[in-house]
Design a protein around this ligand. Structure first.
Ligand code: 3H9
Length: 684
């Protein structure tokens, strides 16, 4: 079958796009659709045209891989205008995920019929863009400015019933989409229904809609250019004639397309998909079946992990040390679901059916049938080894035994079993049921089949997986340790908690280092360091942390940490400054004024340097994996594309020079540039 073909059904032409996997609107597709439209518009025996797609989805958008390359005619905007101008009814039949340019294509058609399970959306903001083929002009004309602003600035897809309510589609199809589309089209012809062109419609909005919307999304869209550009384009749809509004959209789109933000966000789009491609794994690699799971440990992490599998519809056994602790874990999980019900995210019934999959137990004997068992107990090697020795006795042959350790040597944990090849790291990020990243820690004994199964598990629970080798902290926490060290040292050297946090926040991180520590609990890092040889980290950098924890100040949970918390307010904790002065003196550190630029460079360049070392050592497979981990695990601003993409943007030579300068000023212990970084900088 060619990429675009037409079949005839009585007086109807059915144009079918077949461009797997997602029917992206590549040049060949645009050309094919344009030609078929032209041909069928002229045929006397054809009275209406149905546009649909083969495979799993209607078009999921413009072909992102063509962005940045010379444009080839017809462009999507021209094709879309051609379709709307057609003098015969054109009906789009939608299934799967009709996104971006695909949705814009559907909006250029005169009618839309949609499968009940399908979704439509304009996700361009996630790529640092706005819809660039009339979506910002047509959607508000169809559903009103406010609803369009919501869809375009959030990038969220909506289901068929909502699309119907909003007036996006004309009919739902719950049976065979093609048959339903044919019946619908014949009905239109029979009733002599008019050709409905959305660009002919007018849209009005109250004067304050746009400013209110800007205010509404300020916090969420902080640092991003696209949402504001989207608002300007929708504003043009309201204030200008269609043709002029299109010009505003085109200009905004073109500016964003060449911006470093969109380049960074597009890099992450492909990086996330690349992360799942592992050299010794392909479609033929056997994977084990995972139909039941167990989680060991009902703390915050264990409960969050359990929720992932419950949400995926798998039965979960959650093991705790006593029946009281098991009950407490169940309560914790129930509370999380109840809060989702209260917020209207799930129904009471959904909560009940999901919770029916959960069994909280206190006996290892009950784990004999599980396909996957994930340990999420206290971060201590001896404790973990004891757990795995027990699992080795109880678990059935072929079960995958996973550890959620954030730092510890998974090879060593695996060695406490008689089946080290079946032990793997599945490192979740907190809160585990929300954070989208899964770090798969591959041991020296894991076969491709175990890693392929771990990747399948990640998909099953909707996570993006990145494979890491074994080292202290793996990709994620090894990098985070460096970042955290520099923030700690800067505190001793004279920067305040507030200055460091604000600088990192302004750089685009979701929150500053110390705010994050307060939120997660300062004691967690202290406990982790207590398990490490003291010469493996910078002692001075964490003395303030240790001191706070020794005095019972563990962060938000105790009402005091790097900040004081009172009546929902975050206030300066003067004690921190005193401690910083004291430890600076004890370590012979001369306090001084520190610029925001230095704070940013020391915290971010150490991440970059460590990222390169991680690749150099073969812990990460590729640079883009490091970007995915830091963007998805720690909120490195997506519009900067991840630390290593950002490094290229700054220039690797500049970074090497800075690292060498820092080495002279602060010592080579933490500031020796990665060999790979130097090598790549020399190629610039
Ligand atoms: C746009 O439309 C701009 C217009 O407004 C204006 C233009 C002038 N292009 O995600 P998956 C590939 S911007 C090229 O693993 P899933 C993807 O890389 C676009 N390739 O599958 C992967 O390749 P590989 C607006 C694309 O089932 C393979 O397809 N649209 C595109 O988990 C499978 O993808 C979007 O932003 C594309 N547009 O999810 C939608 N889309 O196998 C982006 C996918 O080599 N796409 N690929 O790794 C998605 O959100 C998801 O892919 C989708 C399927 C939900 C569709």
């Amino acid at each position: 079958m060619s990429i675009v073909s037409t079949k005839t059904n009585a007086n109807l032409a059915i144009i079918i796009i077949d461009n797997p996997p997602v029917n992206a609107l590549s040049h060949a597709v645009r050309l094919g659709v344009s030609e078929q439209m032209e041909i069928n518009a002229q045929k006397d025996n054809i009275e209406a045209i149905i546009l649909m797609c083969a495979g799993r989805t209607f078009c999921a958008g413009a072909d992102i891989s063509e962005f940045g390359k010379p444009p080839l005619a017809p462009g999507l905007p021209e094709l879309i205008e051609q379709i709307e101008r057609t003098n015969k009814p054109v009906i789009a039949a939608l299934h799967g995920t009709t996104l971006g340019g695909g949705f814009e294509l559907a909006l250029s058609c005169h009618y839309r019929i949609m499968d009940v399970n399908a979704k439509v959306g304009l996700p361009e903001v996630h790529l640092g863009l706005i819809p660039g083929a009339s979506g910002t002009q047509r959607l508000p004309r169809l559903i009103g400015a406010e609803a369009a602003l919501e869809m375009i600035t959030s990038g969220k897809a909506i289901g068929a019933s909502k699309a119907e309510k909003l007036g996006i589609i004309d009919q739902l199809s719950s049976e065979n989409l093609e048959n339903d589309a044919i019946l619908f089209t014949q009905q239109i012809l029979k009733e002599n229904q008019p050709i409905k062109r959305i660009s002919d419609l007018n849209v009005q909005a109250q004067a304050d809609v746009f400013d209110n919307f800007r205010k509404k999304i300020t916090k969420k869209s902080r640092g991003y250019l696209a949402p504001d550009a989207a608002i300007r384009a929708v504003e043009a749809a309201v204030n200008l004639p269609y043709e002029q509004g299109l010009i505003v959209e085109r200009d905004e789109f073109a500016t964003l397309l060449s911006s470093s933000q969109s380049i960074g966000q597009r890099h992450l789009f492909f990086a996330e998909r690349m992360a799942g491609k592992i050299p010794d794994i392909d479609k033929t690699t056997p994977v084990r079946e995972i139909k039941s799971t167990a989680v060991i440990g009902g703390g915050t992490m264990g409960c969050g992990i359990a929720i992932n599998f419950l949400n995926a519809g798998l039965p979960v056994k959650l093991l705790e040390i006593s029946s009281q602790a098991a009950d407490a874990a169940r309560d914790k999980i129930e509370k999380i679901y109840l809060s989702s019900v209260k917020k209207g995210r799930i129904s009471q019934q959904k909560m009940e059916t999901t919770l029916a999959l959960l069994t909280c137990i206190d006996n290892y004997d009950d784990l004999a049938d599980e396909d996957l068992i994930i340990e999420a107990v206290f971060e201590n090697m001896d404790v973990k080894k004891q757990v795995f020795a027990k699992l080795d006795q109880m678990a059935k042959p072929g079960a995958i035994l996973a550890t959620n350790t954030s730092f510890l040597d998974v090879n060593e944990i695996a060695s406490s079993t008689g089946r080290p090849e079946d032990v793997i790291g599945l490192h979740f990020f907190s809160p585990a049921h929300i954070m989208p990243l899964l770090e798969i820690v591959r041991t020296e004994k894991n076969s491709p089949s175990i890693v392929a199964t771990a990747l399948k598990i990640g998909k099953m629970i909707g996570k993006t997986s990145v494979v890491s080798g074994v080292c202290y902290g793996f990709i994620a926490n090894r990098m985070a340790s460096c970042y955290s060290r520099e923030a700690g040292l800067l505190l001793l050297e004279g920067a305040s908690v507030e200055q460091i946090d604000k600088t990192l926040y302004d750089f685009g991180m979701p929150m500053g280092m110390f705010e994050m520590l307060d939120l997660a609990g300062i004691d967690i890092g202290v406990m982790a360091r207590n398990n490490r040889p003291s010469d493996s980290y910078d002692n001075a950098a964490f003395q303030v942390h240790d001191s706070l924890v020794n005095e019972g100040h563990k962060g938000q949970k105790t009402g005091m940490g790097f900040y004081q918390y009172s009546d929902g307010n975050k206030l300066t904790n003067p004690k921190v400054q005193e401690l910083a002065i004291k430890f600076a003196a004890e370590n012979g550190i001369k306090r001084r004024e520190i610029s925001n630029q230095e704070i940013e460079e020391r915290c971010v360049f150490t991440l970059i340097n460590e990222g390169y070392k991680i690749i150099e050592e073969g812990i990460a497979l590729r640079q883009s994996d490091v970007d995915v981990v830091y963007a998805m695990g720690f909120g490195f601003p997506r519009y900067r594309g991840g630390p290593l993409h950002y490094a290229n943007h700054i220039g690797l030579k500049v970074i090497v020079e800075k690292i060498e300068k820092f080495a002279k000023l602060y010592g080579a212990r933490w500031w020796t540039p990665s060999k790979l970084l130097i090598e790549q900088a020399n190629k610039e």
